[in-house]
Design a protein around this ligand. Structure first.
Ligand SMILES: [Zn+2]
Length: 406
């Protein structure tokens, strides 16, 4: 029996409202205990001990929105590069693929033995959809072509892949009526209780429904990614959240950060946070355009949440417990509890700041920063590779036009 002890860390588990200094013991890939470890077990020659003194031990981080189907188009980053090697054991691909190419991307990435990160996915409801650098599915106008929808095939794909498909990513294009998106509608009908992720914003080349119509169509549990980008229709000209946005949040629509190159702004986030709208989940939308800045990593995105003066435990929940709930996986992810598969992250909370962070436009000095140290994925300890940060590298990205939305 293989035993791994994460010893003496500050264990924060938002799911059980735990925040205490103790050990987490893992045996054969399963969390066997959260609490003081038997000294005899610690001393046993087959036990590996990771000294977590002064570190945070938290449920395995989950990135709710990233693009990791490498080899499918030219937009994605390697799953392990942004996953386990960044201290993030679980990734959710943000609808890189439509139905027709999902099974091959599943084989090539999700199920591939070389992929060490656990990858789940949002599925685009169209038969052919591919997130590419040049927006080819929008440029060819197949993202808004009804011939690209095949409801039976979509339903069959969701059934066939129910172990890894956690919802749909719908691009809310319309085919004439700016109040109705058949693509969003098909996604919601096919998903049943699973969430549909949308973004409030435009795509080049294809028309999308109005922000108000989109907000009105969202069900409780559906997810707005890029919710803190501004210019998405959440706030009126007076800076106040519009009624449709308030109603959507009241219905239980999830607010996700989905940082991306242009889709998170401190200014807009402050405006919504000041009105009581905190992010539920803090994802990255990591892809080839933003991994070298301004996004860099999930950890850097969480540091930006700390820079907004959001409580540490809530920030951790935004990439663990809340994320698991958003994808209907609370029973297996997002908590530290005996009997669960061991997905655990270990982070260092730096307090020797300030740490500059950038949303792409504005630089903010964060008094604290979260840095990954390593993670346990399926019971195996994986130390984190050195990460790029804005504090370490400065501005590394080119100009990105503000009206382009991935
Ligand atoms: Zn995306």
């Amino acid at each position: 029996m293989e035993t791994l002890v994460l010893q003496g860390g500050r264990v924060i588990d938002p799911a059980s409202e735990t925040d205490t200094t103790t050990d987490v013991t893992i045996r054969d890939g399963i969390i066997s205990a959260v609490g003081p470890t038997d000294p005899a077990l610690v001393d046993h020659p087959d036990t590996a001990v990771i000294d977590c003194t002064g570190l945070l031990v938290i449920p395995g981080l989950i990135d709710l929105h990233c693009h990791v189907m490498t080899g499918l188009g030219d937009f994605c980053v390697e799953p392990d590069e942004v996953g386990v090697d960044m201290g993030v054991p679980v990734l959710v691909d943000g609808g890189t693929s439509g139905v027709a190419t999902f099974d091959i991307s599943r084989r090539a990435i999700i199920d591939h033995p070389a992929t060490r990160s656990r990858v789940l996915a949002f599925l685009d409801p169209n038969q052919l959809y591919l997130a590419t650098k040049d927006f080819i599915c929008h440029k060819l106008e197949i993202a808004n072509d009804l011939r690209n929808l095949d409801f039976e095939s979509l339903e069959a794909s969701v059934d066939r892949n129910s172990d890894v498909v956690v919802g749909a990513k719908a691009r809310a294009c319309h085919v004439g009526d700016p109040e109705f998106s058949p693509f969003l509608d098909a996604a919601q009908r096919a998903m049943g209780d699973l969430p549909v992720m949308v973004h409030l914003g435009r795509f080049p080349f294809t028309p999308v429904i109005t922000p108000k119509a989109l907000l009105n169509q969202l069900r409780g549990g559906d997810i707005i990614t890029h919710a803190f980008r501004g210019a998405g229709g959440m706030c009126g000209p007076d800076g106040k959240a519009v009624p449709e946005f308030r109603d959507a949040v009241d219905r239980g629509v999830v607010l996700d950060v989905g940082h991306s190159g242009t889709d998170f702004r401190f200014k807009e986030a402050r405006r919504l946070v000041d009105q009581g709208y905190l992010p539920d989940t803090a994802s990255t939308d990591l892809n080839v355009f933003n991994i070298s800045g301004p996004v860099y990593s999930l950890a850097e995105t969480l540091t930006k949440m700390l820079a907004l003066d959001i409580d540490l435990r809530h920030v951790i929940a935004m990439a663990t417990t809340n994320t698991a709930r958003a994808i209907g996986r609370s029973h297996e992810l997002g908590a530290l509890a005996a009997g669960r598969a061991a997905e655990v992250s270990v982070m260092r909370l730096r307090t020797d700041g300030p740490f500059p962070v950038s949303d792409g436009v504005e630089v903010v000095q964060s008094p604290t920063a979260l840095q990954p140290v390593g993670c346990v994925r399926a019971g195996t300890w994986i130390p984190t590779s050195p990460l790029s940060t804005f504090a370490g590298t400065g501005k590394t990205w080119g100009e990105v036009p503000d009206d382009i939305d991935w």
